[in-house]
Design a protein around this ligand. Structure first.
Ligand code: FAD
Length: 410
C-alpha cells in the first residue's frame, strides 16, 4: 500500500503560488531549526509578523470558514500550505499559540454566533495569541477537578484561583480557561469555559524559572508560567458553552490535543542528525560509514516515519470529518515514547556531544542536546503517556463497558 499523497495539476499550481508568496514573505532572519536555535523577542516578532501576513491571506487557518477570518479553503490546500511552510522549518502558526488549533476550534463547535464573530476573526487572522489555562496544582491528568472558582455577579463572573505549567514567554492576548462554576454540582457538570482577556486587572503571570522545557526558535513554548486570578471580573459574554457546560467545551480541545489535531510536518531533528553524521568524521571516516551508527540511524528513521504517518492519517481523518476513535491517543502515545527511544539512539551514536549545548562541541548546533531534554519533558504536556493509554483503552473497548466516544470536532 502506498501511503504517500499524490497531487493534482490544480494542487501543484497552488503549491507554486504558495512557494512564490513564501519567498517574498518569510524573512531571511527567521532562524531555521537545522541552522541555528535563535530565540527571543526578535524571532518572536518576525514570526508574529509572518503569522499576520498568512492570516490576512486566509492561509493561517486555511480550512476555517471565511466569515470567521479563515481561508475557507479545502483540506488539499491546507496540506500544501503545511508542507511548504514546513520546508522553511516553520509550522502554522509559526509561533506558539493554542488559539486556532485548540481554543478557536472549541469556540467553532460550542460558541454562540456572537461569540464566534467576536473571538474567531482575530484568532484566525493571527492578530491575537492565546494560551490555554487548564492545569492546576491539584488538577493535571484529572483536569475535571479544577478548583479555580468563577462566581456570577451581575453581568460578570468573578474569578479566583491558580493555574500552573501554562503559556509561553512574551505574553498573550487571551487566556482560555477551565473553571469551577458550581461547587455543589456533580463532577463534569460543574465547570465553565472562559475566554479571558489577558490584560484584565487581578491577573498575575509568574514565570516558572526552574522549568525551561527546551522551546526553540522564538516559538516561545519553552517557558511555562503560574497564573494567579485575584478577583478578576470577566464579562458573562466570555463564558463559552453555558454555565456548568465547560466540560462539554473541553472535550473538543482535549480531543485535538490528545493527538487528533497533530501536524504533518517532518521531523527536522532527524534531517539535522543525518546531515551531522554525513559530515562528521570519526577515526577518519564519516559517521555514516560505521555500520553500528547506520543501524541506529535506521531505528531513528523508522520511529520518525511511523510518527509522521500516524499524524498524516489523523490529519486526513480530522479534516475529512471521518469519525476518530483511538487514533488520536495512539499517535500521541507513539510520538511521546518514540521521542525517548530516539534520544537513547542519539546518545548511542554521539556519546557526550549529544549532551553538550554548544555550537562548537554540541552536535547539530546543540539541537541533539535539546532533544535529550525535550523528549523527556514531552511525556507530560497534552496528557501524559499513561493518560494516552488510558484513553485508548476506553476507545477500543477494554477500559470501559461502553466504548468511549471521541470529543466533538467541528
Ligand atoms: C512542557 C509542558 C507544557 C505544558 N503546557 C500546558 C499548557 O499550556 N496548559 C496547561 O493547562 N497545562 C500545561 N501543562 C501541564 C500538563 O498538562 C500536565 O503536566 C499534565 O496534564 C499532567 O499533570 P500533572 O503534571 O499534574 O501530573 P499528575 O496528573 O499528577 O500525574 C502524575 C503521574 O501520574 C500518572 N497518572 C495520573 N493519572 C493516571 C491514571 N489515571 N492512570 C495512569 N497513570 C496516571 C501520570 O501519567 C504521571 O506520570 C504542561 C506541562 C508541561 C510539562
Amino acid at each position: 500500500m502506498d501511503f504517500e499523497p499524490r497531487y493534482t495539476q490544480e494542487q501543484e499550481e497552488f503549491r507554486q503560488e504558495v512557494r512564490e508568496w513564501l519567498k517574498d514573505n518569510v524573512s531571511p532572519d527567521i532562524s531555521h531549526p537545522a541552522d541555528s536555535a535563535k530565540s527571543g523577542p526578535e524571532q518572536y516578532d518576525l514570526r508574529r509578523d509572518l503569522g499576520r501576513r498568512l492570516g490576512s491571506k486566509g492561509w493561517l487557518w486555511a480550512t476555517a470558514p471565511e466569515e470567521y477570518g479563515g481561508g475557507g479553503l479545502s483540506l488539499d490546500h491546507a496540506v500544501v500550505l503545511e508542507e511548504e511552510v514546513d520546508s522553511y522549518g516553520l509550522t502554522i502558526p509559526p509561533y506558539y499559540d493554542s488559539g486556532g488549533r485548540l481554543g478557536g476550534a472549541s469556540i467553532m463547535v460550542w460558541g454562540s454566533e456572537e461569540q464566534k464573530q467576536e473571538f474567531l476573526p482575530k484568532i484566525f487572522r493571527g492578530e491575537v495569541r492565546t494560551w490555554q489555562l487548564l492545569t492546576e496544582p491539584e488538577a493535571g491528568s484529572d483536569v475535571a477537578s479544577v478548583k479555580t472558582r468563577a462566581e456570577r455577579n451581575g453581568d460578570e463572573y468573578v474569578i479566583n484561583g491558580q493555574k500552573v505549567f501554562v503559556g509561553s514567554d512574551l505574553g498573550c492576548d487571551y487566556m482560555w480557561t477551565l473553571t469551577c462554576t458550581d461547587n455543589e454540582a456533580p463532577r463534569h457538570q460543574n465547570l465553565g469555559w472562559f475566554m479571558i482577556p489577558a490584560d484584565l486587572p487581578g491577573i498575575t503571570v509568574q514565570p516558572m524559572d526552574l522549568l525551561i522545557a527546551g522551546g526553540e526558535s522564538g516559538a516561545g513554548s519553552g517557558v511555562k508560567n503560574t497564573v494567579y486570578f485575584d478577583n478578576v471580573r470577566v464579562p458573562a459574554f466570555n463564558l463559552v458553552g453555558g454555565e456548568n457546560e465547560g466540560w462539554k467545551v473541553a472535550t473538543t480541545h482535549l480531543e485535538l490535543e490528545h493527538g487528533s489535531g497533530g501536524r504533518i510536518g517532518r521531523n527536522w531533528m532527524v534531517d539535522n542528525l543525518f546531515d551531522y553524521c554525513r559530515k562528521t568524521n570519526r577515526r577518519g571516516e564519516p559517521l555514516t560509514k560505521d555500520p553500528d551508527v547506520r543501524d541506529r540511524l535506521i531505528d531513528i528513521y523508522m520511529e520518525a516515519e511511523v510518527a509522521r504517518l500516524f499524524n498524516l492519517r489523523n490529519y486526513w481523518m480530522r479534516h475529512s470529518k471521518t469519525n476518530l476513535t483511538y487514533e488520536g491517543p495512539q499517535a500521541s502515545y507513539f510520538r511521546k515514547m518514540s521521542g525517548l527511544r530516539m534520544s537513547t539512539a542519539i546518545l548511542d551514536i554521539l556519546g557526550p556531544s549529544a549532551l553538550t549545548h554548544d555550537e562548537t562541541w554540541g552536535a547539530g548546533n546543540g539541537h541533539m542536546e535539546s532533544h535529550q531534554r525535550s523528549a523527556i519533558v514531552a511525556i507530560h504536556p497534552g496528557g501524559t503517556a499513561d493518560i494516552q493509554k488510558v484513553i485508548m483503552a476506553r476507545r477500543i473497548g477494554i477500559g470501559r463497558e461502553v466504548r468511549e466516544r471521541a470529543g466533538a470536532l467541528a
